[in-house]
Design a binder for this molecule. Structure first.
Ligand code: SF4
Ligand code: SF4
Ligand code: SF4
Ligand code: FES
Length: 511
C-alpha cells in the first residue's frame, strides 16, 4: 500500500494506483480528455496536470503512479496555467462552431438550427417548443425583427440566407405547445407587478407566470404591444400576430389590467403590494419623474446590469438601455426575468459564466457547405403571407446545421470555459479540409474537431471493429482517419453510439 497526500489529505492507496484515481478517492475530480479507464493508456492531451509539491514538477496524473510520501497539489496557479496552455494547444488545431453563427448573432440566443431541424422534420410543435424557450413573442417578432441572425447565415454567400425570421413565425402560427411542459413552481407564492405591456413587459410576464409567480400587468392602453403598435411597420404587423402571442401569455397565467394609467401614487402602492415590480414602460416619460427611479444625465433610468433599480423595483426596456430593436428588448426582458427570480428566491446574484465558443470565423462558409450540398433553393417567400404548407419544410431543409452536435457535453468546450482558454485569432491554414461524414444511424465524424486523443482507435482495437479508426501521418501532421477510405458506417460497425459517447469532443457525435 502507498501512503500519500492529495491537497493535504492523507490517503492510503493500492500499489500501481494512478494519481487521477487517487485524487478521485478523496473527492477531487481532475480534468482529463485522453484518459479512459476501460482502455490501454495513451498520454496525449496534458489537461490532467498536477504538481508534485516535493519536486515542484508538473506531471500528468492519468499516467503517473502514486508514490510513497508524495504530496500532490491538484490545483494552484501553476497547475491552472499548465492546463490552460494544454487546452490552448488543442484549440490551436481545432476548427468548428460550437454554436451556429445565427444563434450567436441572435440577441435572444435562440437555437435556430434546432428550430430548423424540427421544421425540416415537419414538426412545427417541436419547433415552437424550441423557440419559446428564449422568445415569448415569436409571431410579433416574426414580422418586425430585422433578423441579425440572417445577416451571418452561412447559406448567404451561396444562394441566399435561410429565412429564419419567417420560419419562426411559421412555427408560432402552426405549432401547438402544451405550456405545462414549461411550467415550474419555483415562484409559487410570489407576486410580481409589471408596468407596461410592450415587448419587455409581455416577455417578462410570460416567463414569470410559467414559473408559478402571480403576475399582474398594468397597461395604460387598451391593448398589448406598447410602442410596437404605435409604429407602422409598413403595415406589416397584423393584429392577429399580436393576439396570438398575447393569448399564449394569458394562457401562461398573467393577468392584464388595460386602460390603467399608473400615477406616482399608484406606483407606490404597486411597489408595496407586490414582492417585485418591473417597470417596462418603454422610453422614459414625464409621469416617471415622480416615480422612485433615478435618472442619469442622458435621461435613462439608472439600473444595474441585472436590471435592478432599488428596493424591489427592476427596470427593463428602452427607458434603461437605448435600443429600438425589439429582439434586444425581448432578450433584456428574458434576463430580467432571471434577475427577478433570483431576487424573489433570495438567491445570490451570480454573473453568468462565459461559455467558450469555438468559431470557424469568416472562412467557415465554404467549409460548412461541403457538408451538405442541398440543391433545394426554395421560392422567395411572400413576407406578408409567410410560408404555407410544405414551403416551411423546404426552407428549413436549406439550413446547413452549422452548430456542433455536442455543445453541452464536449469536454474541450467545458474545460476551455472553466480555464478561460482562448482560441488563437490567426490560425494556420487547415491541414485538413473540414468535412462531415454521416452514417445511416446519424453518427457524424468531423475530423477537424478531433484532438487526437486516440480513444476511438483504442476502442476499435478493443472491440475488433474493422476498419475502425487509425492515426495517419506523423507528429504534428498526424490525423485520425478511417483506413482504406472506408465509409463511416463500416468504420463504426454496430458501435456508433459507443464511439460517439467515448469521443471527448464533437469529432464523433450523434446528429
Ligand atoms: S467539438 Fe467542442 S469545442 Fe469543438 S465545436 Fe464542438 S462543442 Fe465546440
Ligand atoms: S445555415 Fe442554418 S445553422 Fe447555419 S447560419 Fe444559416 S440558419 Fe444558422
Ligand atoms: S475522433 Fe477519436 S481521436 Fe479524435 S477526439 Fe474523438 S475519440 Fe479522440
Ligand atoms: S488525460 Fe492525462 S494526458 Fe490526457
Amino acid at each position: 500500500m502507498i501512503n500519500l497526500k492529495i491537497d493535504g489529505i492523507e490517503i492510503l492507496v493500492a500499489d500501481n494506483t494512478k494519481l487521477i484515481d487517487a485524487a478521485q478517492m478523496v473527492g477531487v475530480e481532475i480534468p482529463s480528455m485522453c484518459h479512459n479507464n476501460a482502455l490501454p493508456h495513451f498520454t496525449s492531451c496534458m489537461v490532467c496536470m498536477v504538481k508534485d509539491a516535493v519536486t515542484g514538477r508538473l506531471i500528468p496524473s492519468c499516467s503517473s503512479i502514486a508514490a510513497e510520501g508524495q504530496q500532490i497539489i491538484t490545483k494552484d496557479i501553476e497547475v491552472v496555467a499548465a492546463r490552460k496552455m494544454a487546452l490552448e494547444l488543442l484549440l490551436s488545431e481545432h476548427y468548428g462552431d460550437c454554436e451556429a453563427p445565427c444563434t450567436t448573432a441572435c440577441p435572444a440566443h435562440m437555437d435556430i438550427p434546432g428550430m430548423n431541424r424540427a421544421l425540416a422534420a415537419g414538426n412545427a410543435d417541436g419547433a415552437l417548443e424550441i423557440v419559446l424557450q428564449k422568445i415569448a413573442l415569436p409571431s410579433i417578432l416574426g414580422f418586425i425583427c430585422p433578423a441579425p441572425c440572417e445577416g451571418v447565415c452561412r447559406r448567404k454567400p451561396v444562394d441566399r440566407t435561410v429565412n429564419i425570421c419567417v420560419l419562426k413565425r411559421f412555427a408560432s402560427d402552426n405549432g401547438l405547445v402544451d405550456l405545462n411542459k414549461f411550467r415550474t413552481n419555483r415562484l409559487v407564492g410570489k407576486r410580481v407587478g409589471i408596468v407596461g405591456a410592450g415587448v419587455a413587459g409581455l416577455t417578462a410576464a410570460f416567463y414569470l407566470s410559467l414559473n408559478g409567480a402571480e403576475v399582474h400587468v398594468f397597461e395604460k392602453k387598451s391593448m398589448p404591444g406598447g410602442e410596437i403598435t404605435d409604429t407602422d411597420f409598413n403595415g406589416f404587423l397584423p393584429e392577429k400576430a399580436v393576439l396570438r402571442d398575447f393569448n399564449r401569455i394569458v394562457e401562461a397565467g398573467a393577468v392584464f389590467h388595460f386602460n390603467t394609467h399608473i400615477t406616482s401614487k399608484e406606483i407606490g402602492s404597486i411597489i408595496e403590494t407586490y414582492d417585485a415590480v418591473i417597470i417596462a414602460v418603454g422610453r422614459f416619460c414625464d409621469e416617471m419623474r415622480e416615480w422612485p427611479v433615478a435618472v442619469d444625465s442622458d435621461g435613462f433610468v439608472v439600473a444595474s446590469d441585472d436590471y435592478f433599480c432599488s428596493g424591489n423595483v427592476f427596470v427593463v426596456g428602452s427607458s434603461v438601455r437605448p435600443t429600438r430593436l425589439a429582439i434586444r428588448i425581448a432578450a433584456q426582458a428574458w434576463q430580467a426575468f432571471h434577475s427577478v427570480s433570483k431576487f424573489l428566491l433570495a438567491e445570490p446574484h451570480s454573473h453568468q459564466s462565459v461559455c467558450f465558443n469555438s468559431s470557424y470565423g469568416k472562412t467557415g462558409a465554404d467549409h460548412v457547405l461541403s457538408w451538405k450540398k442541398s440543391d433545394m433553393v426554395s421560392n422567395q417567400v411572400e413576407f406578408k403571407t409567410g410560408f404555407v404548407g410544405n414551403e416551411a419544410k423546404q426552407e428549413a431543409l436549406r439550413c446547413l446545421h452549422c452548430d456542433c452536435y455536442k455543445p453541452n457535453n464536449c469536454k474541450l468546450r467545458i474545460y476551455a470555459s472553466e480555464y478561460g482558454a482562448r482560441q488563437e485569432k490567426q490560425r494556420p491554414l487547415l491541414k485538413n479540409k473540414p468535412h462531415r461524414q454521416c452514417d445511416s444511424e446519424n453518427i457524424i465524424f468531423e475530423p477537424v474537431k478531433c484532438i487526437k486523443c486516440g480513444i476511438c482507435v483504442r476502442l476499435a482495437r478493443k472491440y475488433d471493429v474493422l476498419p475502425g479508426f487509425t492515426f495517419s501521418g506523423r507528429g504534428f501532421d498526424s490525423v485520425i482517419t478511417i483506413p482504406f477510405g472506408a465509409d463511416l458506417k463500416s468504420a463504426v460497425g454496430d458501435y456508433g453510439k459507443m464511439f460517439a459517447e467515448a469521443c471527448p469532443t464533437g469529432a464523433i457525435s450523434f446528429l
